[in-house]
Write a protein that binds this ligand. Structure first.
Ligand SMILES: NC(=O)c1ccc[n+]([C@@H]2O[C@H](COP(=O)([O-])OP(=O)(O)OC[C@H]3O[C@@H](n4cnc5c(N)ncnc54)[C@H](O)[C@@H]3O)[C@@H](O)[C@H]2O)c1
Length: 429
């Protein structure tokens, strides 16, 4: 297979061209002939014009790539190495929504031929590839997995907004159903990943490894959030505590905060879903999730308490929230916990203005029914620095409090600043 790919007698197909799929497809296309497939015709047309719909990559990233973008299943029929990178979200009950993954499996199944290889990249629970996706591939193709075609799992670890850790500079875990397929998958990825590849002993091990990476991070942050809630009641500065504790060589440094986005706050539910399905109640993981999901309500209540204390009056009060994306310096607003915070504040009768230099106002309105304002205006009783965008870090607390009335609150969720200007109340997690 590798030799055929090198000779461009075989093609790689990447299914799902989002934050994960597009950068990977372009990297493959520097060496191999690639077909990039997505069901979203509008996104396909943007990529055909060398535009990244996720706004992560510059036009130059498309240069020198042997790739064609398509929404037509037919175009996948002459591909031999399939990579699936579609979203794996959760529904409103925190249950995995495998619709996109099953849809992509159906598409690939319709194009599979004997000798082909299918690699899943989407984050799932252990067993999903073999127990849930393979039957679809087999049914659609009429072929037998492990005999007629082979499969593997290679989780993505990219970190949006991080220009240092990119597809090729992050060590990649690979796996395959047989030694031979694992070797081919390893060789194909190793040819583009400069950081190297690690072969997991099985597909299930690779699936489990990915989901625990994010679950571990979720739990570590949940612990910090719980500490922050305890120490806040005791009037102890959590950041000071963490700074002191981190002087010990084996203390793991994490910070409290909002856990949003499509990975850390979502992936653990894939693991808990599977655990419960097989009769195990994952108490630690679920309680961490509950704590992290409860942070917006905690912050809203805290801000109300501070405003009542500051004697500014809550009736008709206006609050300015800075930042709504799920993390700093990206435009991605998926699963934004700042949106939950805004709703909580509004439920207390406050009027909330939200600004964000990265977020797309149309997307925010569509997703959360929140209308971004381009600039702060008038007077606010408080400003909340919700996301650590570099634009805010470049400003002083004085500048950030320009529109805040004297005696108002400077809520610095992530503890980016040492304090508030004179005459303002300062609070951080
Ligand atoms: N974004 C990240 O930082 C990141 C990091 C590591 C792992 N992951 C995982 O990678 C997977 C993909 O995430 P993403 O952030 O790239 O998603 P995304 O939402 O950015 O992109 C998904 C793309 O898939 C397309 N799509 C949806 N259903 C499809 C189908 N049936 N067939 C073809 N295309 C389809 C969408 O139109 C979209 O263009 C998820 O499982 C995610 O958990 C994401």
């Amino acid at each position: 297979m590798l030799e055929k790919l090198i000779q461009k007698e075989a093609r790689i197909a990447v299914i799902g061209l989002g934050y994960v799929g597009l950068p990977l497809a372009l990297e493959f296309a520097r060496k191999y002939r690639v077909v990039g497939f997505d069901i979203n015709q509008e996104r396909v047309e943007m990529m055909q014009r060398a535009e990244d719909p996720s706004r992560e990559l510059p036009t130059s990233a498309f240069e020198g790539c042997d790739i064609s973008f398509t929404a037509a299943v037919e175009d996948l029929k002459n591909c031999q190495f399939f990579v699936v990178a579609v979203p794996t979200p959760i529904d409103q009950h925190n249950t995995p929504n495998l619709g996109p993954l099953f849809g992509a499996s159906k598409t690939v199944g319709q194009c599979l031929k004997a000798g082909d290889i299918v690699v899943y990249e989407s984050t799932v629970y252990p067993g999903c590839t073999e127990e849930d996706c393979l039957p679809i591939l087999e049914k659609e193709s009429g072929l037998k997995a492990g005999i007629d075609f082979h499969y593997g799992y290679s989780p993505e670890r990219i970190n949006p907004g991080d220009s240092e850790h990119t597809v090729c500079t992050i060590l990649k875990v690979v796996s395959g159903d047989t030694d031979e397929s694992a070797q081919t998958i390893e060789d194909v990825y190793a040819s583009i990943i400069t950081a190297g590849v690690y072969r997991a002993s099985s597909v299930k091990v690779a699936e489990a490894a990915k989901v625990i990476e994010n679950t571990q991070r979720d739990l570590n942050i949940a612990f910090m959030n719980e500490l922050s809630m305890i120490f806040d009641r005791m009037d102890i500065d959590t950041k000071g505590v963490i700074d002191a504790a981190a002087t010990k060589w084996n203390f793991l440094r994490f910070s409290p905060g909002l856990v949003g986005g499509h990975c850390i706050g979502v992936d653990p539910y894939y693991l808990t879903y599977k655990a419960q399905k097989i009769g195990y109640i994952p108490e630690v993981i679920l309680s961490g999730r509950r704590i992290n999901d409860g942070v917006p309500a905690f912050l809203a209540k805290r801000l109300i308490q501070l405003l009542v204390k500051s004697d500014l009056g809550l009736k008709n009060a206006r609050v300015l929230v800075r930042g709504i994306t799920f993390k700093e310096n990206v435009s991605d607003i998926r699963n934004s916990k700042v949106a939950d915070l805004v709703k909580e504040l509004e439920s207390f009768g406050l009027t909330v203005d939200v600004v964000d230099p990265y977020a797309n106002a149309h997307e925010v309105d569509e997703e959360y029914k929140i209308k971004l304002v381009s600039e702060p205006s008038g007077e606010y009783v408080a400003t909340v620095i919700a996301v650590a965008h570099q634009d805010y870090l470049k400003q002083t607390p004085n500048q950030l409090c320009t529109h805040v009335v004297s005696g108002g609150v400077f809520m610095d969720i992530k503890g980016l600043f040492a304090g508030a200007p004179d005459g303002y109340a300062y609070w951080r997690m």
